[in-house]
Design a protein around this ligand. Structure first.
Ligand SMILES: [Fe+2]
Ligand SMILES: [Fe+2]
Length: 306
């Protein structure tokens, strides 16, 4: 087998994958079995935390991702049941990080379960979702952003008494709105400077890339792919990628939350985080310029200030 047939396992995940066989690599570059299928890692070699670099075979990748998604969702449910918001935020960030990783489309299958867990846990206390957005989940910017957009979107849905079916659809829209960024250079995504024109042009391709990925790799409703494509469009035609004016209402809602979230959450060298009130004032100016729908903005504001 060539090295291409094997992929390295993240150290943080190795102990979670019981069903999946692991391999280690000899000095000669040969891959040999390290842990059989259904064996616990600890029992495999009776060493503690002193494992070499471990690999999985490409043929076991889907089993491993399915197992990982189950374990991560269980971790989320446990965090909600017994711990504070910090643990919940971290658990959610882990799920989103895996789901948004390149070439791990199988992890997207975990998301309906993730949303089900959140829906059941927060339906009667939607306001608590807002607290999640104020907590650091120890993840990269884009993962934190996605989880925060999800929490705010669900808060909006609960506040306005949306039916479960609609809440789930909007939650998927929020989770996947920036999935196209999995195909954008990390240096651009995590840049600590204002993007150059060339970098911004590349960044802007994430909308169409996300749309195509959702259509090609998932069974989510086409509305979810539409939001990935349209969340940077504006109703006055000033957005991207297509400068269209007729935008789905879901895209408009996620578009407003998408603008609101980074302004309130992150402190960057070139941009101080703003208070929710300051941010809403800024977005209101854009509403007055005709970029966002007045009613959707008003509805979003009311779910934040009540
Ligand atoms: Fe985006
Ligand atoms: Fe976004």
């Amino acid at each position: 087998m060539t090295q291409k047939s094997y992929s390295l396992i993240k150290k943080s995940q190795a102990h979670l994958l019981k069903k999946t066989p692991f391999y280690s690599r000899t000095k000669e570059g040969e891959f040999i079995i390290y842990k059989e299928k259904d064996q616990q890692l600890g029992a495999a070699k009776q060493r503690t935390n002193k494992h070499p670099e471990l690999y999985i075979n490409a043929k076991d990748k889907n089993t491993a991702l399915a197992e990982l998604s189950t374990v991560l969702n269980m971790d989320l449910a446990r965090s909600i049941a017994s711990k504070g918001f910090k643990e919940v935020k971290t658990a959610l960030c882990k799920i989103v990080e895996e789901a948004l990783s390149p070439n791990q489309e199988k992890m997207l299958d975990a998301l309906p379960e993730t949303i089900e867990i959140l829906l059941n846990s927060y339906a009667y206390n939607g306001k608590s979702l807002e607290y999640l957005t104020r907590i650091d989940g120890n993840s990269s910017l884009i993962i934190e952003h996605t989880v925060n957009v999800l929490a705010l979107t669900m808060q909006y849905c609960f506040f306005h008494n949306f039916a479960d079916k609609k809440i789930k659809e909007l939650a998927f829209c929020a989770l996947l709105h920036d999935i196209g960024t999995s195909q954008i250079d990390k240096a651009i995504l995590e840049a600590n400077h204002r993007l150059s024109d060339k970098e911004f042009k590349t960044f802007k391709t994430h909308s169409a890339k996300g749309h195509d990925l959702i259509i090609a790799e998932t069974d989510f409703d086409s509305a979810v792919a539409t939001v990935a494509l349209e969340h940077h469009e504006r109703i006055d035609g000033s957005g991207y990628p297509n400068g269209i004016k007729k935008i789905s209402s879901s895209s408009q809602l996620i578009g407003i939350i998408d603008c609101y979230e980074p302004l309130t959450y992150h402190d960057k060298d070139f941009r101080k985080a703003k208070t929710p009130f300051e941010t809403l004032k800024l977005i209101k100016e854009e509403v007055q310029q005709g970029k966002f729908d007045k009613k959707i903005f008003k509805n979003f504001t009311s779910c934040l200030i009540k």
